[in-house]
Design a protein around this ligand. Sequence first.
Ligand SMILES: C[C@H](N)C(=O)N[C@@H](Cc1c[nH]cn1)C(=O)O
Ligand SMILES: [Zn+2]
Ligand SMILES: [Zn+2]
Length: 474
Amino acid sequence: MSDSLEKLYKYVEDNKQYMIDQLREVVAIPSVSAESGKRSEVIRMGHWLRDRLEKLGAKTKLAELGNQEVDGKTIPLPPIVLGQYGSDPNKKTITIYGHYDVQPAYKSDGWDTEPFTLVQAEDGRLIGRGATDDKGPVLGWLLCLEAHQKLGLDVPVNLKFCFEGMEESGSDGLDDLIVREADGWLKGTDFTCISDDNWLGTERPCLTYGLRGNNYYHIEVSGPSADLHSGVFGGVVHEPMTALISVMSKLVDTNGKILIPGVYDQVAKFTQEESKHYEGLSFKNQDLIDDMKFDCLIYENETDTLKSCWRYPSLSLHGIEGAFYSPGCKTVIPSKVIGKFSIRTVPDMDIDTLNKLVTGYVEDEFKKVGSKCSVTVSCIHSGRWWYSSPNHPNFVAGANAMTRVFGIAPEYKREGGSIPITLTFEEALKANVLILPMGAANDSPHSTNEKIDQFNFLNGIKLFGAYWDEISKL
Ligand SMILES: C[C@H](N)C(=O)N[C@@H](Cc1c[nH]cn1)C(=O)O
Ligand SMILES: [Zn+2]
Ligand SMILES: [Zn+2]
């Protein structure tokens, strides 16, 4: 192992409590992009990162994106935090992307502890919203840079940072900014790296070479001008929610098959070559069952579960705005309801084609219901799928770095989730993107009791240093 990396590894071990306390500080900022009332916290988090980058001697810029209309209110979009450290023409340049917003979290959702107070559990879990998605990884890059500085080590690459605050809510404004900055702030990027992802299991590190996209839809069904008394109007009127539920029940069957005609026609055929990618993986169905503490898996064998998650589309129903969901027994007929669902997309699905299929189908199914209420279908946001080759030198550098830190070569996976901006980076910067996951499979991102293991967090920081070193040797 090189002398510099040995020093870095020792520094991380010697300073682990400091690094965990830094994670505590960022988890404590409830930067939830989906809740308009928390927008100032998202912005505070963006400023925290900008200040931190400046303290590390990076050049920074806050790219302001204007405003957003939410529930009739105009609120500012959080800025994209751009940073640049080093501009040595003899060094390779890596653009690092991450997001500083998080999913909503309330103790009442079922968390065992306060979601925005980091808990350092005896078993090594660091529990808190954003610990793994994506504050741990974002902070990890900065702590790696700081470690180099404290140790007086040369940073062997030039670094550019691009941190957004709207990833969990559609990445508003980011596509345009990357295209705009491709010849500006992000110019000269040789490689891009994203760590906003998790391993396939809990023991073996992995690299990710594919992501699903996501199209998010609303079906709005409107009826009378105000909610109605079900004793007076029940059986007398066409109810908006009855029509909506009828249509929503026709989108997907209970085994996950999408019922919208034409959707599967766009999906790339499964090849013999591809089948090799499913061999020898550490994944077990039982891991998911243990994670969920419940067995509701559709498929009996591992390959079918992974294929369904990685290379086929899925449609999930998320909720109904305007529906009564509190405890107790309110007897109202809601006057307007909005059904929410999303479709995870895969190669070779096309967003516009999918939107046409969805809209046409929902409108046809609504007609069949024969309701006098009205319906509007809209695609609220869409993010593209991404599929790459794990043989690119950027991936080889990532694999070598993982082998150096963990003593075992990584496995290769695709991801059922989405990082909508990945393909834009690849296209606009004309540079390969590596997804270098930090957290373990059972971290519960987006769920209750989200955590990152101390092992993954600290070794992730070492991994970032080893990756810079590997890139510098290309
Ligand atoms: C994989 C990544 N950590 C993630 O959780 N991405 C989100 C992004 C998203 C997509 N649509 C809305 N948000 C996800 O996959 O849900
Ligand atoms: Zn994320
Ligand atoms: Zn997320």
